[in-house]
Write a protein that binds this ligand. Structure first.
Ligand code: G3D
Length: 183
């Protein structure tokens, strides 16, 4: 399976939205660049705020949001959450200090958010190419996911988005889940 293969499978599904969430510097921009690579008709749409990047991938709307800090702006982001079919939550796994912040946001914005109930969630443990990066099994524990949210549909992948490692695997899982829901 390649990125183009994934794109073909996405095309066959009803159009909707993919939401990419993460703290600043987690790798959202790098991921969206990767997704746009080789895709000729992707189109960047005007953004409302500096921390929101939206583009079209065929009939899909992809929105990447920087969810760090600024609790007061949550209501602005929530407007983008409606109608979402899939969530990608990206974490800089080499930045130990910010794992608690990422955990809190993952919990409040995604897992405990009624708007996003039942939606498949891919967690990207990014920057695995950096020495000492926390791998997926340990990250699951640090995020508290081994004890909670066992009823939610989610998966976590070791990735190095900069080098394109693990991205196709993450998207393949996501497309499989979307196809299951469509059938
Ligand atoms: P953001 O959009 O979530 O804020 P970016 O994050 O995509 O801008 O990435 C922030 C920095 O992390 C960038 O470096 C980017 O190259 C780097 N980065 C993203 N993914 C990876 C990865 O998988 N491995 C490594 N080593 N670095 C990564 P700069 O130097 O441009 O700030």
């Amino acid at each position: 399976m390649s990125l183009l293969g994934i794109r073909k499978r996405l095309k066959n599904l009803d159009k909707a939205k993919i939401l990419i969430l993460g703290l600043d510097s987690a790798g959202k921009t790098t991921l969206t660049k990767y997704m746009r690579f080789g895709i000729y008709n992707s189109q960047t749409l005007p953004t409302i705020g500096q921390n929101i990047d939206t583009f079209k991938l065929d009939d899909w709307l992809v929105t990447a949001i920087d969810v760090a800090g600024q609790k007061n702006f949550r209501f602005l982001w929530e407007a983008h959450y409606h109608g979402t079919s899939a969530i990608i939550f990206i974490i800089d796994a080499s930045d130990y200090e910010r794992i608690p912040e990422a955990k809190e946001i993952l919990r409040t914005h995604v897992f405990n958010n009624p708007i996003l109930e039942g939606i498949p969630i891919v967690i990207i443990a990014n920057k695995q190419d950096l020495p000492g990066a926390i791998d997926a099994p340990l990250l699951i524990q640090l995020l508290g996911l081994h004890k909670q949210f066992l009823d939610r549909t989610y998966a976590i992948f070791n990735c190095s988005v900069l080098y394109g490692h693990g991205v196709v695997e993450s998207f393949t899982w996501l497309v499989n889940e979307l196809e299951k829901k469509a059938n």
